[in-house]
Design a binder for this molecule. Structure first.
Ligand code: BEZ
Length: 566
């Protein structure tokens, strides 16, 4: 039997793609040399188009009979114009999709693909309802700009400043290429890039002059510290339901945003979700201190090929069979993949009440004294593991599940530990903390971290979150009355984990995770405007008694409820 021959391909660089305002973007086009017109996979990126870090095996597309168009976003790569995040993504996306559909070598059917910003830019384009668009593959997708930049009202300092600093290199290189003397700027930019992680302690965060010059969005982000007109103006548009394959990572900075994108309505029944124990940039079997086993890697489940199959199927037909269980979840701890019809899967809420140093099913009795600590924003609790995107990268132990014992000596972390579990406890879904708490400061942050304590004492973080007290309603900043108890809800985010029998559930409560989040100065002023010399120490109380039932809520599923493979 003869194997089907692969078509030879042709690659064109710097192909002009005109936008409606006359700005010319430029593309790399890779297409099969065949007689009939072909469907198109489009990737629109602000990163170097040759950057393999961000993409799957896209070069295999042409061999499958599909064209690949990779366009540099406005103001990046070889494209004209100026890059400012989000402003041009909808219009330029719609125009580029129309261009792809109109080429004589194109059959008019277009799908889009990409990760992170390259995923987000697809959502804007889809908002313009381009008629040629058939499907999307969105990896580690940040959802809307406000949530990309702020979590629980705190600035995502590590990822946002790291990204702003990196992106500042784009206009710098263009200005140098245009003949401008950029020596001073180059030095300032190099100093900023080389300053991390210490540079995250810069205050006030509004004053980073090299970013004013090269990436003015930074100042806009930090000066707009609640959901106001700025964020509303950049918000994602509504979108029609399109078949979308969402790839997410438990330890990706955009984990909860990717899950939100998958679950948003209207959802196309052909959409799929895969979430593995992965970081923003890597889908391997090991991360942080944990080896999740041979089945955990994207390669082990044929992820890249499945994404290409998904694109090819939706480009070939509008009648692709709908999957029975479109959600595939890697359950850490058990190290198995489970399959579900929805995200989140049905679960029962398990409330674990806070007691002094302990977690238990029942609330602590009346009269139980509060737990206390003193938080000094000049000496914040360091970020140790988690769903981070820090310039140190995955390898530096800043991402994933990492032994928390190096933080044991800190007196500004309250630890609430459950009894050893008599049987495995499987948790899939979003974890929440209802906290009754008071602070002496005008404003403060409350952080919550879920930890799996092994019988040998290893304490691995699973998921953690933050709430800036003044930003409970992100559209309406409101200072709480100092020293008065308030009921607050801290969202820790989503987890898929099985605590083994004999392990213990632990909750750590504090007031910072730095530099993942910016520090709350405690003055009540917007955090980015305050110099470190003006930071205020906060005296914190966590209440846990019959009238103040502080509690951790875990979405528990039965292990035999879901088909599993490993
Ligand atoms: C990214 O594309 O990887 C990215 C975008 C915004 C913030 C951080 C990362």
């Amino acid at each position: 039997m003869s194997t089907p021959s692969r078509p030879s391909t042709r690659t064109d660089h710097d192909v002009p793609v005109p936008m409606r305002d006359g700005t010319v973007l430029r593309a790399v086009v890779v297409r099969p040399l065949v007689d009939e017109p072909v469907p198109v996979v489009l990737l629109r990126s602000p990163y170097p188009l040759a950057d393999a870090r961000f993409e799957t095996d896209l070069m295999g597309l042409a061999e499958r009979g599909l064209a690949l168009v990779m366009v540099a976003l406005r103001g990046t790569g070889a494209s004209d114009g100026v890059f400012y995040p989000w402003v041009d993504d909808e219009r330029d996306g719609v125009d580029t999709i129309a261009w792809c559909a109109d080429q004589e070598w194109s059959n008019g059917r277009v799908a889009t693909t990409g990760r992170s910003y390259v995923a987000q830019t697809q959502l804007y384009a889809a908002g313009g309802a381009p008629p040629a668009l058939r499907a999307m593959v969105t990896g580690v997708v940040p959802s809307d700009p406000w949530s990309l930049t702020y979590t629980g009202g705190a600035l995502n300092l590590g990822s946002a400043l790291g990204w702003a600093a990196a992106m500042a290199g784009v206009p710098l290189a263009r200005r140098a290429a245009a003949g401008e003397d950029v020596t001073a700027l180059q030095e300032a930019w190099g100093a900023l890039l080389g300053s991390f992680p210490a540079g995250f302690a810069t205050t006030p965060l509004t004053r980073i002059p090299v970013l004013d010059e090269l990436f003015p969005a930074w100042r806009d982000w930090v000066e707009h510290a609640h959901v106001d007109d700025y964020w509303q103006q950049h918000a994602l548009p509504d979108r029609p339901a399109l078949p979308t394959f969402v790839v997410a990572g438990w330890h990706d900075v955009f984990r909860d945003l990717s899950l939100r994108e998958f679950a948003r309505e209207p959802r196309h029944p052909g959409s799929r979700l895969v979430i593995g124990p992965w970081s923003h940039g890597a889908a391997g079997r090991s991360l942080g201190d944990v080896d999740h086993g041979p089945s955990a890697a994207g390669g082990a489940i044929g992820l890249d090929a499945r994404l290409l199959d998904f694109l090819a199927a939706h480009l070939a037909s509008d009648d692709v069979p709908v999957p029975d269980a479109p959600v595939q979840v890697f359950v850490t701890g058990a190290n198995v993949w489970t399959h579900h019809t929805t995200w989140p899967p049905p679960a029962r809420d398990l409330d674990l009440h806070l007691h002094p140093g302990a977690l238990a099913a029942e609330a602590a009795p009346a009269g139980t004294p509060p737990s206390r600590y003193v938080f000094d924003p000049r000496d914040p609790v360091p970020t140790l593991g988690g769903n981070t995107l820090l310039p140190q990268g995955d390898a530096a132990g800043t991402c994933g599940s990492v032994d928390q014992r190096p933080l044991d000596g800190r007196t500004d972390v309250l630890r609430f530990v459950g009894d050893p579990l008599p049987a495995p406890l499987r948790v899939i879904g979003t974890v929440r903390l209802t906290l009754h708490a008071a602070t002496s400061a005008a404003d403060t942050d409350w952080t919550a971290k879920l930890v799996d304590v092994h019988p040998d004492g290893t304490a691995l973080n699973l998921v953690d979150g933050i709430l800036r007290a003044s930003r409970q309603d992100p559209t309406n900043p409101t200072l709480l009355t100092p020293d008065e108890p308030h009921e607050l809800v801290v969202e820790l985010g989503a987890v898929g984990h099985e605590f083994a029998a004999g392990h213990r559930v632990r909750l750590d409560v504090s007031s910072s995770s730095f530099p993942r989040f910016d520090r709350n100065p405690g003055t009540g002023a917007p955090a980015a405007s305050v110099a470190e010399a003006d930071f205020v120490t906060a005296h914190q109380r966590v209440l846990h008694d019959a009238a103040h039932p502080s509690r951790l809520t875990l979405p528990v599923v039965a292990a035999d409820d879901q088909p599993a493979d490993n």
